[in-house]
Design a protein around this ligand. Structure first.
Ligand code: UDX
Ligand code: UDX
Ligand code: ADP
Length: 480
C-alpha cells in the first residue's frame, strides 16, 4: 500500500489530501500539522475550513484511509510520498521584505524530513514557492541525507477556494515537474499513478521542475491581470457611460480572450494573487528584469487603485464625510463560499472607511468576529503570521461591530457596501432594509450582484462598479 503524508493541513493540504484519499482507497493518506487546534478541528464535526462538499468527502474516508494527526515525524518517516503544503507568506522583514516569499516554514519542514527519514522519499512541493525553491530543498535534503535518496517534484495546486472539491474532482490539468533523469522520471510516474485514479491521462502535464514552479506563478499572475484589466476598464466605463458588464461580455466572446474571470469588482483578494505576483516581481528584479517587474507590479497597483476608488466613491457621495455615520458592510471574505479573509479587499475598504471615522457594522455568513477584528487591527504584511499577533487597536474595537444578520447590520445605517458576492445577499428584502435605514439611503455594490433598477425603484441611491452612474454621483463628483 502506497503511503502519502502531507505536511500542512490548510486550505490546500486538507482538501487535496481528502480528495486523494476519496479517489484512491488503496492509498493511505496522513495529513499532519504542528497546529494542534487545526488537527483537532479536522478530526471533529466542525472542520477548520468552510468549503462546499468537503464535509462529505472527509466523512467518507476519515479513519479509513485518511488520517489527521500532529505526529508529524512518525507519519513523515513512514511515507513514500511527502507533500509539503505549508504556508509561504510574503516576507515582512529583511532581504526582499514585502515581496519575496518567506520560506521559513518550508525550510523547517525540509530539515525535519531529512532528520526523520529512514527510506527513500519523493518530496512534492504543493505550496506555491519561488522558482528554484526545489533546488534549495534538494540541497537541504541531500546534504543531510545519510544515504537516503530524495526526488523532488513540483506539483502546484490550482484549486480555487469555494470550489476546491469540484476543482480537485475535475481539474483542468494536473501539473507535475521533476528532474529529467531516469530517477526523476520514475518519481513523476509514481505521482502520475496517484492522479491517474481519477484524472484522464491527457490532463496530466509533465514538465521540468522550473517550468512547473513558474507556471503556477504565471497562471495566478495572468488571472489577476485579467481582473485588473477589467477593473481598469470599469473606471473608464464610469467616466464615459459605458457599462462594464456589456464591455466584458463583448470582449469575452472572442474565443482568443474567453469569457471567464472578467467580472469587475472592488478588487481581487485571496492568499495567492498578490503574494504570487510580488514573488514574481522579486524574481524579475533579482534577475535584472526591471521592465518585466514593473509590468507585473502594475497589476497590484491597479488593484489597490480599485479599492481606493471604491472608498473615495463612498465618502465623496455621502457629502464628503462618513464621520460618525453607520455603514453596513455585507461580506468580509475575499470571495463567496469561503470563510477565508486573507488579503480580502474588505480589509482595505473597511480601513479606508475607518480612516474617515465611519462606524462599521459588518456581517459575513462565514467569518467570525475575532477574525474580522484581527484583520482590521493588524498591519499590512502581518496577516499571514497569526503567531505574531499584535494587540488590537482600541479604535478598531470601538468603531466596528460584527453582527450575525444582514438586517441588523443595515438597521439605521446611512449606507451599505457589498464586499463579497454571497448568494444570500441577492435575495434579501431590500424594501425592509430601505425602510429601516437613514435617508438618503446608499448602496455601494462592490460585486455587481444586485438588481440596480429594482433598488432604484425602492428609493436607494445605487453605485455599481463600472456601470452608468446615478446623477447623484456625478453631482457629488463635481463637489469633491
Ligand atoms: C488584430 C486583431 O486580432 C483583430 O481582431 C482586429 O480586428 C485587428 O487587430 P491583426 O493585427 O490583423 O488583427 O492580427 P493578429 O493575429 O491579432 O496579430 C497581431 C500581431 O500580434 C501580429 O504581429 C502577430 O504576429 C502577433 N502575435 C499574435 C503574437 O506575437 N503572439 C500571439 O500569440 C498572437
Ligand atoms: C486563485 C486561483 O484561481 C487558483 O487557481 C489558485 O490555485 C489560487 O489562487 P482563489 O484565490 O482561491 O484561487 O480564488 P479566485 O476564484 O481566483 O478569486 C481570487 C479573487 O479574485 C477573489 O477576490 C475574487 O472575488 C476575485 N475575482 C475573481 C474578481 O474580482 N473577478 C473575477 O472575474 C474573478
Ligand atoms: P495554504 O492556503 O497554502 O494551504 P495554510 O496557512 O492554510 O496555507 O496552511 C498551512 C499549514 O501548514 C498551517 O496549518 C500550518 O500550521 C502548517 N505548517 C507550517 N509549518 C509546518 C511544519 N513545519 N510542520 C507541519 N505543519 C506546518
Amino acid at each position: 500500500m502506497v503511503k502519502i503524508c502531507c505536511i500542512g493541513a490548510g486550505y490546500v493540504g486538507g482538501p487535496t489530501m481528502a480528495v486523494i484519499a476519496f479517489k484512491c482507497p488503496s492509498i493511505e493518506v496522513a495529513v499532519v500539522d504542528i497546529s494542534v487546534s487545526r488537527i483537532t478541528a479536522w478530526n471533529s464535526e466542525q472542520l477548520p475550513i468552510y468549503e462546499p462538499g468537503l464535509d462529505e468527502v472527509v466523512k467518507q474516508c476519515r479513519g479509513k484511509n485518511l488520517f489527521f494527526s500532529t505526529e508529524v515525524e512518525k507519519h513523515v518517516s513512514e511515507a513514500d510520498i511527502i507533500f509539503v503544503s505549508v504556508n509561504t507568506p510574503t516576507k515582512t522583514q529583511g532581504l526582499g521584505a514585502g515581496k519575496a516569499a518567506d520560506l521559513t516554514y518550508w525550510e523547517s519542514a525540509a530539515r525535519m524530513i531529512a532528520d526523520v527519514s529512514k527510506s527513500n522519499k519523493i518530496v512534492v512541493e504543493k505550496s506555491t514557492v519561488p522558482v528554484k525553491t526545489a533546488e534549495a530543498i534538494e540541497k537541504i535534503l541531500t546534504h543531510n541525507s545519510q544515504g537516503i535518496k530524495y526526488q523532488i517534484l513540483s506539483n502546484p495546486e490550482f484549486l480555487a477556494e469555494g470550489t476546491a472539491i469540484q476543482d480537485l474532482f475535475i481539474p483542468d490539468r494536473v501539473l507535475i515537474g521533476g528532474r529529467e533523469t531516469p530517477e526523476g522520471q520514475k518519481a513523476i510516474q509514481a505521482l502520475k499513478d496517484v492522479y491517474a485514479h481519477w484524472v484522464p491521462e491527457d490532463r496530466i502535464i509533465t514538465t521540468n521542475l522550473w517550468s512547473a514552479e513558474l507556471s503556477k506563478l504565471a497562471a495566478n499572475a495572468f488571472l489577476a491581470q485579467r481582473i485588473s484589466s477589467v477593473n481598469a476598464m470599469s473606471a473608464l466605463c464610469e467616466a464615459t457611460g459605458a457599462d462594464v458588464a456589456q464591455v466584458s461580455h463583448a470582449v469575452g466572446k472572442d474565443t482568443r480572450i474567453g469569457s471567464k474571470f472578467l467580472n469587475a469588482s472592488v478588487g481581487f483578494g485571496g492568499s495567492c494573487f498578490q503574494k504570487d505576483i510580488l514573488n514574481l516581481v522579486y524574481i524579475c528584479e533579482c534577475n535584472g528584469l526591471t521592465e518585466v517587474a514593473n509590468y507585473w507590479k502594475q497589476v497590484i497597483k491597479v488593484n489597490d487603485y480599485q479599492k481606493n476608488r471604491f472608498v473615495n466613491r463612498i465618502v465623496s457621495s455621502m457629502f464628503n464625510t462618513v464621520s460618525g455615520k453607520k455603514i453596513a458592510v455585507l461580506g468580509f471574505a475575499f470571495k463567496k463560499d469561503t470563510g477565508d479573509t486573507r488579503e480580502t479587499p474588505a480589509i482595505d475598504v473597511c480601513k479606508g472607511l475607518l480612516g474617515d471615522k465611519a462606524r462599521l457594522s459588518i456581517y459575513d455568513p462565514q467569518v467570525t468576529e475575532d477574525q474580522i477584528q484581527r484583520d482590521l487591527s493588524m498591519k499590512k504584511f502581518d496577516w499571514d503570521h497569526p503567531i505574531h499577533l499584535q494587540p488590537m487597536s482600541p479604535s478598531a474595537v470601538k468603531e466596528v461591530t460584527v453582527v450575525w444578520d444582514a438586517y441588523q447590520a443595515t438597521k439605521d445605517a446611512h449606507g451599505i457596501c457589498i464586499l463579497t458576492e454571497w448568494d444570500d445577499f441577492k435575495t434579501l428584502d431590500y424594501q425592509k432594509i430601505f425602510d429601516n435605514m437613514q435617508k438618503p439611503a446608499f448602496i455601494f455594490d462592490g460585486r455587481n450582484i444586485l438588481d440596480v433598477a429594482k433598488l432604484r425603484e425602492i428609493g436607494f441611491i445605487v453605485y455599481s462598479i463600472g456601470k452608468p452612474l446615478d446623477p447623484w454621483f456625478k453631482d457629488m463628483q463635481v463637489m469633491s
